[in-house]
Design a protein around this ligand. Sequence first.
Ligand SMILES: O=C(O)CCC(=O)C(=O)O
Length: 236
Amino acid sequence: MQEKFLVKNIFSTEEKLRVCDSVHKLKEHWINRGGYFAYPFFSLGAASYMDAREDQSRYYQWAKKFNPLLEAEFAWLYTKIQDWLQTELGKEVKYHPKQALPGFHIFLGDELFEIPVASRHVDLQYRDLDWGDLKYKPEDSLSFTAYIKLPANGGGMSVWDYSHQDLLELDPLAREAKLSAAESKYQKFQEGDIVIHSGLHYHQIAPMEEPTEEDQRISLQGHAVLADDGSYQLYW
Ligand SMILES: O=C(O)CCC(=O)C(=O)O
């Protein structure tokens, strides 16, 4: 079965520029995520899929550090996204007070991004977090991305028709083999789009097409769990 995407273009040119300016203003706080090859990939904010994987301490330390910074600079953006999600989802939407606020993925143009360096994954990282007393329905989690700036040749996600459930019984090697053998679909998005999906189909930040040094890919990334009280609780 195919993943369904809800896509709306909600950001004006001024708003996109404002976000980009703010992201660059906070450059000293970008975290280099380029790993061994030091490719120019950064985050602004703590991300559970990278920072809470083995243990939670770095995630919560960074959430404490980055949340006030992000809140001070992007309060208007968080309100806009919260209002939009509430309207689209027909449910109350809250930023969970304990978790990291949705933050930014930042890629600067580099030919290395022509190869798919991002991970192919499903979004199950809520499992790695401490939700305190909150009870939620894991099957109703969702992911959202706001594409603020995209490379000149476009950007989006590679998406596979396989869901987490489809490949659950396979061991990691067999799962990778199955995904590698399968075609993915390049789901292109436009600057200013915000996109909601289940996060439960295998997906990956799509490689860039002939990137130049002028290109940038800046997106706001968040996820949500549906709490038993009927509210979506947002985090990164
Ligand atoms: O930036 C994107 O296109 C998607 C990012 C993503 O899949 C994620 O962070 O879970």
